[in-house]
Design a protein around this ligand. Structure first.
Ligand SMILES: Cc1ncc(COP(=O)(O)O)c(C=O)c1O
Length: 382
């Protein structure tokens, strides 16, 4: 386990005090749209949720359907169920991710094997997936870390060879593309998060894109206790529940925010991607720091996180904090958590970088000059 002292030993930076790591983006049109919703009949799941799903699938699905839910974690849990995973089944899933990718396996009694990182991107290491995969493997989960798509051709080939689905955790990757295809259009299931600080926020919320349209009735039912809600509303529901469902729906309040953000998404994505490129240009060749995932040419980065490997990370963070710049690790290797089975010993790339990776500020409350300032602080050394 890393011996580093916890970051909370550094003073927490207050808003207005400097450049914070994250800041939610809520477009003014979202505030108007939510106000409209609050004056109307549907504030829970209503027509705006259906509209958000339609517009989302048109933009990112390329024929895949979309299901709006209350969080990205809800979307993952539903994806795991819809992929047919059952108690005792085995999956391969990345060690380096938000706990939300892994925790739903505990709800279901699914066994998971952690795959190592690719040290150049922190995405799942395809060679390790190849080593781990066997006849018991029932699905591959991958996370597009920071917004950079994983090696989807290689993962898809492995999944096909074994006749198993891929579930993409694209919580970071709204707007990313892989070989010209939008993330959301490639695999059996792709999950997105609209939690407070994501590329689109609905306060909390998520979306699941689903390739097999025949799964939609089940997906809609288990999003809502197992009840066939549309038939119930028409008064023709047979009034039985025969499978376990959850309360995982999105509300019209959230969907109004999502629609407003979706309508300006190309602009906000381009803004983030430009800040990302400024970092890239300014820090090219800088000593003691290496940006990750910035050189891909066959895929585009959704610019949610800007991650680097740095020497002497704690000193680096202190120096930045002195200059009123927040930085952080954001995610941790999941095998640090005892509930997830504790430390594994077959993850050499994760071991090698765990004390060196760092995330730098990147959000819509920043200007190009803020990035230049951060880069100048870094270039002055720590
Ligand atoms: C990689 C990853 N997966 C899943 C989630 C869960 O999404 P949510 O917070 O919307 O439940 C998050 C973060 O929020 C995440 O970063």
């Amino acid at each position: 386990m890393s011996k580093e002292k916890p970051m909370n030993e550094l003073p927490v930076m207050q808003e207005g005090e400097g450049i914070v790591l994250f800041y939610p983006h809520v477009p003014p049109s979202a505030i108007e749209a939510v106000t409209e919703v609050l004056k109307g009949r549907w504030i829970g799941q209503g027509p705006r949720v259906a509209r958000f799903e339609k517009e989302f699938e048109a933009k990112f699905g390329q024929g895949n359907r979309a299901l709006a839910v209350g969080s990205g974690t809800d979307a993952l849990h539903l994806a795991y169920i819809l992929a047919g995973l059952k108690e005792g089944d085995e999956v391969i899933t990345p060690v380096f991710t938000c706990t939300a990718t892994t925790i739903p396996f505990l709800y279901m009694g699914v066994k998971f094997r952690f795959a190592d990182v690719d040290p150049e991107t922190l995405n799942i290491n395809v060679n390790h997936v190849r080593e781990l995969i066997n006849d018991k493997t029932k699905a591959i989960v991958c996370v597009h870390y920071g917004g950079l798509p994983c090696d989807m051709d290689e993962l898809t080939a492995l999944a096909k060879e074994h006749g198993i689905p891929i579930i993409e955790d694209a919580a970071h990757a709204l707007g990313a593309t892989y070989k010209g295809k939008p993330i959301g259009s490639i695999s059996d299931f792709t999950m997105f998060s609209f939690q407070a600080i994501k590329n689109i926020t609905t306060g909390d919320g998520g979306m699941l894109t689903i390739r097999n349209h025949d799964l939609m009735p089940k997906a809609e039912r288990i999003r809502w206790f197992g009840i066939d809600r549309s038939n119930k509303q028409k008064g023709i529901w047979e009034n039985d529940i025969w499978e376990v469902g959850y309360k995982y729906q999105m509300t019209d309040i959230g969907a109004a925010m999502g629609l407003a953000a979706l309508h300006e998404f190309d602009k906000t994505l381009a803004y983030r991607q430009n800040l990302f490129q400024v970092y890239r240009k300014e820090l090219a060749g800088a000593r003691g720091i290496k940006l990750l995932g910035v050189d891909a040419t066959d895929r585009t980065h959704a610019a949610w996180l800007l991650t680097a490997l740095v020497e002497r990370r704690e000193d680096f963070m202190r120096k930045l904090r002195e200059k009123k710049i927040e930085s952080g690790q954001v995610h941790y290797r999941n095998d640090r958590y005892s509930i997830l089975g504790g430390r594994r010993d077959d993850l050499p790339f994760m071991d090698a970088i765990e004390d060196n990776y760092i995330v730098l500020p990147l959000h819509l409350h920043m200007k190009v000059e803020d990035v230049e300032y951060i880069c100048n602080v870094i270039k002055a050394g720590w």
